[in-house]
Design a protein around this ligand. Sequence first.
Ligand SMILES: Nc1ncnc2c1ncn2[C@@H]1O[C@H](COP(=O)(O)OP(=O)(O)OP(=O)(O)O)[C@@H](O)[C@H]1O
Ligand SMILES: [Mg+2]
Length: 250
Amino acid sequence: MTTKVLLELDGVHTHIGAYHILHGVDLQVPEGQLTMLLGRNGAGKTTTLRTIMGLWTASEGRILFDGVDVAQRRTPWLAQQGIAYVPENMGIFSDLTVAENMTLAARAARDTGALDRTRLEWIFGLFPALRKFWLYPAGLLSGGQKQMLAVARALIEPRRLILVDEPSKGLAPSIVANMIAAFRELKRSATTVLLVEQNVQFAREVGDRVAVMDDGRIVHQGAMDEFAADRGLQERLLGLSLDPKLERLS
Ligand SMILES: Nc1ncnc2c1ncn2[C@@H]1O[C@H](COP(=O)(O)OP(=O)(O)OP(=O)(O)O)[C@@H](O)[C@H]1O
Ligand SMILES: [Mg+2]
């Protein structure tokens, strides 16, 4: 069976000022699947997501979204096409309530009352804390709750592609388990996700596909199952391995 590739990077180079950061990234993100982007610190993962989202502009190469080259498109246009981005720093508004943060993330809703209730209930099921703190300023949430709000903002409307940068960063293990459960549930809706992670268990639990970056290039792409079973490959590419004996979280 061949799956359609929704997003494809073809020889993408990115410069930030005088620095040459991405050196020809070739990446395929199949539709309806969750692709994990792994790699050591400084490998270029965040730069790749920012380049896809138009926050950096590729200096060379093509970024095909549903077959159309969007490499020179700007961020608002890309958001309008249904691409959502959850940045490493979460991008939430501390002075606004949880409800207002959610409303601002929805293209279709002018006020909180116009949010899709069914979808909101689904999100509250994934992240119950958001219901509890719905009318609180987001700045009062804990780090983990802010992370949940950031992911929930991307989920408030159906998106064609969600880019997420390290949603488990700095979270306690039990909260990581919640986040994993949320992404598992999200996968049931066959949303296309490109997710950056350092947490190998997270990667193994939710990834369908894996791409590994090193020094501004993709050095491996394939099925997560095969990658998870090949400890030699993991050690070579990441300097560590996903322990196959780890209990599955659930
Ligand atoms: N604004 C910037 N100006 C200059 N160099 C930058 C900038 N942002 C990132 N870089 C450099 O680009 C390289 C890739 O950074 P990037 O943030 O994409 O890595 P990463 O894989 O996301 O790392 P991490 O796992 O630590 O988040 C690093 O060497 C970094 O120092
Ligand atoms: Mg990063």
